[in-house]
Design a protein around this ligand. Structure first.
Ligand code: XLS
Ligand code: CA
Ligand code: CA
Length: 438
């Protein structure tokens, strides 16, 4: 049974008026020596695309995601697999990401949920073998069930902590079964509402302990991929422990987890933390922890996580610039953790959203490569720090000069030369000319 009427979406070039065609995403086009499809391993998020109907605090869903079955049944779970694979094939999406409970309806008894998960992943595996579509990463939903109202690894209840462990264990097994290249820990409700009732130290130690046990178990059953922390500062909790990349990296180092973990950076979470997306990517990259990307965008006028499909070409260009300059993603990809706006509720809209997102990243890649080839930004930065290439600057970089030598250097000079203009406006005009010059 076909779930979507559209044909396969093809590249037709920037001038096409066909709403069901790519304008920029041309899978086989080579950019800086690599195919676009290799630069951009796109993934579909099971939860937004196949599960979410547009429910919000003020109203029920607007989109029909029943796919011909009764929601809440295993028949529906199977229909979602069929629809999901058809959708990915039609768009040329080669990866998917999932939470355990995206795949099947959770049962009262966790043993029954696990049995359902075994059944559905057998079927998913068949579909993967037929289509060549792969799993980018898996994760466990440790925030939806009321038992996790005080967190999972950070729960005050040891029993709830064990249930979190059981879900993580199963989700890791499923990720390994599906050949997933990563396993994500998004903090969910790992944080607090008020310090009046919170033992922060105990909670953080417990989370770290759970992560260590997860790594040990995963490695023992053959998982060779990356673990990711996905930072987010707030929502649903007032304060979440994995506030941003710098905080999460500090936590990983504090508890000896930095060899197994990298960052999964979500664009919308970066802006919620008061950073640019690019900032979070740079912090991760310079710490050797640029892992994977949740490709979406937020709304700067709103204080919450809107998970919109990316359309801002400045943002996608700067993201791709970071990724190209820091050597690409290893096991990671570009997961569209994004949802249609509630009034865009048709099946066509699901396609429009992915075409928008894939084209926005493809155009960002094209423009980022142009910025690199143009060279003016790199040249400017190299020249800006040139004082560290020789003389006292080189001795600072090598660590040879002690504080007295540095101070004596200054005393001899009496007054430093001006540091040189930052030329921000000039550089911004260079960016515009590369983006829009032709
Ligand atoms: C929520 C997160 C979540 C993670 C996976 O804000 O983005 O969807 O990506 O648990
Ligand atoms: Ca996410
Ligand atoms: Ca989000």
């Amino acid at each position: 049974m076909q779930h979507f009427e559209m044909d396969t979406i093809r590249y037709e070039g920037p001038s096409t008026k066909n709403p069901f065609a790519f304008r920029y995403y041309d899978a086989d086009r080579v950019i800086l020596g690599k195919k676009m499809s290799e630069h951009l391993p796109f993934a579909m998020a099971w939860w937004h695309n196949l599960c979410a109907t547009g429910t919000d605090m003020f109203g029920v869903g607007t989109a029909d995601k029943s796919f011909g079955a009764v929601p809440g049944t295993m028949e529906h779970a199977f229909a979602k697999v069929d629809a999901g694979f058809e959708f990915m094939q039609k768009l040329g999406i080669r990866y998917f990401c999932f939470h355990d409970v995206d795949l099947v309806p959770a049962a009262e008894d966790i043993n029954e949920t696990n049995r359902r998960l075994d059944e559905i992943t057998d079927y998913i595996l068949e579909k993967m073998n037929q289509t060549g579509i792969k799993c980018l990463w898996g994760t466990a939903n440790l925030f939806g069930d009321p038992r996790f109202c005080n967190g999972a690894g950070s729960s005050n209840s040891a029993e709830v902590y064990c249930f979190a462990a059981a879900q993580i264990k199963k989700a890791i097994e499923l990720t390994v079964k599906l050949g997933g290249r990563g396993y994500v820990f998004w903090g969910g409700r790992e944080g607090y509402e008020t310090l009046l009732n919170t033992d922060m130290k105990l909670e953080q130690e417990n989370i770290a302990n759970l992560m260590h046990k997860a790594v040990d178990y995963a490695r023992s059953i053959g998982f060779t991929g990356d673990f990711y922390i996905e930072p987010k500062p707030k929502e649903p909790m007032k304060h979440q422990y994995d506030f941003d990349a710098a905080t999460a990296i500090g936590f990983l180092r504090q508890y000896g987890l930095d060899k197994d973990f990298k960052m999964n950076i979500e664009a919308n979470h970066a802006t919620l933390a008061g950073h640019t997306f690019r900032h979070e990517l740079r912090v991760s990259a310079i710490n050797g922890m640029l892992g994977s990307i949740d490709a979406n965008q937020g709304d700067l006028f709103l204080g919450w996580d809107t998970d919109e499909f990316p359309y801002d070409i400045y943002e996608t260009t700067m993201c791709m610039l970071e990724i190209l300059k820091y050597g690409g993603l290893t096991n990671g990809g570009f997961n569209f953790d994004a949802k249609n706006r509630r009034p865009s509720y048709t099946k066509e809209d699901m396609f429009h959203a992915f075409i928008l997102g894939m084209d926005a990243y493809a155009l960002g890649l094209i423009k980022a490569a142009k910025l690199i080839e143009d060279g003016r930004l790199d040249d400017f930065i190299a020249q800006r720090y040139a004082s560290y290439n020789e003389g006292i600057g080189a001795r600072i970089r090598s660590g040879e000069a002690d504080l007295t030598e540095l101070a004596d250097y200054a005393l001899n000079l009496k007054k430093p030369a001006a540091p040189g203009s930052g030329r921000q406006e000039y550089l911004e005009s260079v960016v515009n000319s590369v983006l829009f010059g032709e």
